[in-house]
Design a protein around this ligand. Structure first.
Ligand code: GSH
Length: 181
């Protein structure tokens, strides 16, 4: 499998409840996105600070429209509107219109080099094993593509261009923290 390209970049960290809300919404829409870890000391934090002026998370960039902004509710509305499969109902449209009054300012996306060998992981929000993988990638400050659908009950990790397909936290941890070939 090749890395699924996606213009959606989410700058977030595991323990942040607003970040969780956005991840859950992306998952409910079955989206693939780039997750840029932003725990303390992470490179993504500095990138957000440079692009938007403050260290607040989640922060989101759409590289297709060259736009980026803060605020979990705005992110969910935007992605639903532009990438959600379901046709928004009348009430959702009204709510999106009203919430537009409080929209955060749009800025240019952070400068970000996404390495070709960026891992592709299947992780969902709910479940201890998924959370452990999310934390591991955060501890390693490793950006990764997140696939949210289409696999079984365990997290998986693939490396584009390599025949690596790891299933489960233990295998993923051993590979990412073990001796590199
Ligand atoms: N209204 C914002 C609130 C975001 C927020 O308060 N995020 C916290 C983390 S949960 C934050 O960025 N804290 C500063 C930090 O992590 O350095 C939203 O809905 O996105």
């Amino acid at each position: 499998m090749t890395a699924p390209p996606s213009p959606l970049h989410l700058y977030a960290y595991d323990a942040c409840p607003y970040c969780r809300r956005v991840r859950q919404a992306f998952e409910s829409m079955g989206l693939t996105y780039l997750s840029v870890p932003c725990a303390r000391g992470a490179k993504g934090r500095a990138a957000v600070l440079r692009a938007g002026g403050k260290a607040q998370f989640p922060f989101f960039a759409d590289t297709a429209t060259e736009t980026a902004f803060y605020e979990s509710a705005d992110i969910v509305d935007y992605v639903r509107e532009h990438y959600g499969l379901e046709e928004p109902g009348r009430w959702h449209k009204a709510a999106a219109f009203l919430s537009g009054f409080g929209r955060s300012q749009r800025v240019a996306p952070p400068e970000l080099q996404v390495p070709e060998n960026t891992p592709v992981v299947f992780i969902q929000e709910a479940g201890d094993e998924f959370r452990r993988v999310r934390r591991l990638l955060e501890d390693l400050d490793l950006m990764h593509w997140v696939r949210t659908t289409g696999e079984g009950p365990s997290p998986t990790l693939e490396l584009p261009g390599q025949t690596v397909h790891l299933v489960g936290f233990a295998a993923i941890e051993a590979h990412l923290t073990g001796p590199q070939p």
